[in-house]
Design a protein around this ligand. Structure first.
Ligand code: ADP
Length: 271
């Protein structure tokens, strides 16, 4: 009898604990939805006045000959572009969290994607006196092109922002059966082992990196969190290997395109 009573009590406790867990889960889910809705609404509404600022700063520059005023107008434009970038990061993250972003994979060659990256960052690298090397590849992949481009852009942007001397190398190598890894190497400060897992968390920034940067270079600590989530959507993990004072390598692995796509394109080129 004692055993049955004890058993009943245990069952009742388990049931109560399960209810409590379900209630807490529901609360958490509601909070997470509210957070995503807030992020989406806030970043959307904040971008509207930015658009007006962009137009005003262009108008200020048009026909202006005074170098001081031109420089100030350009400065406003740069700040507005930075803010716009931050808001679009927030918007992307909220879209990723709410599950409204879904990949649509296709077969495509990596080289043109890398050329786009080169075009986007060449001037920034030159301005910072850094080498930017993108190794050519004949690999074709099967994945969502926009998402992959977004990941690589985020990684190269970080690599250039955090590197003071040397440069950034983007390369592609075979990884496992039927996969390739796009790797972004830099000769930057590296990331300490205790921070390596945390850099993919939202809003996490290594303290020293935060204080040493000027206000215009500040991010929000969302770039890697976004890249990490995008990589997950593509069925990949974002890899990180880094040594302090030597540099970092971030990699994303994606499936190769089906062989026929590759052959088709090669045939088309020959014709
Ligand atoms: P943000 O760059 O906006 O701060 P990220 O999510 O892109 O946010 O990166 C998070 C943190 O990871 C950065 O604040 C920085 O401390 C560190 N980090 C990212 N990329 C690099 C890199 N290539 N080299 C060194 N540190 C990096």
């Amino acid at each position: 009898v004692a055993l049955t009573e004890a058993w009943d009590e245990l069952e009742a406790r388990i049931a109560a604990a399960t209810d409590e867990l379900a209630r807490k889960n529901a609360k958490l889910e509601a909070a997470s939805h509210a957070r995503a809705r807030f992020l989406a609404a806030a970043s959307h509404d904040l971008r509207q006045p930015l658009y007006a600022l962009t137009l005003f700063s262009s108008a200020l520059k048009a026909g202006e000959t005074d170098p001081g005023r031109l420089a100030r107008a350009s400065h406003i434009q740069e700040c507005v572009a930075t803010l716009d970038g931050l808001f679009s990061e927030l918007l992307d993250l909220s879209r990723l969290e709410s599950g409204t972003m879904q990949p649509s994979p296709s077969d495509f060659p990596l080289d043109p994607l890398l050329e786009d990256v080169n075009r986007t960052f060449r001037m920034i690298a030159e301005k910072r006196e850094l080498r930017l090397v993108l190794r050519k590849t004949d690999a074709w992949v099967h994945t969502d092109r926009t998402m992959l481009a977004r990941i690589v852009n985020n990684l190269v942007s970080n690599a250039l922002r955090y590197t003071e001397r040397g440069g950034v190398l983007v390369g592609v190598r075979a990884a496992g059966t039927g996969h390739v890894r796009i790797e972004v190497w830099d000769t930057g400060p590296g990331i300490a082992p205790e921070h390596q897992a945390r850099v993919f968390e939202e809003f996490f920034q290594v303290e020293s990196a935060r204080s040493e940067r000027g206000p215009r270079e500040h991010g929000m600590g969302l770039g890697l969190a976004t890249a990490h989530r995008l990589a997950h959507l593509l069925g990949s993990e974002l890899e990180l290997h880094s040594r302090l004072q030597l540099g970092s390598m971030f990699g994303v692995t994606v499936p190769r395109a089906h062989a026929e796509a590759h052959t088709r394109a090669a045939d088309a080129q020959r014709d």
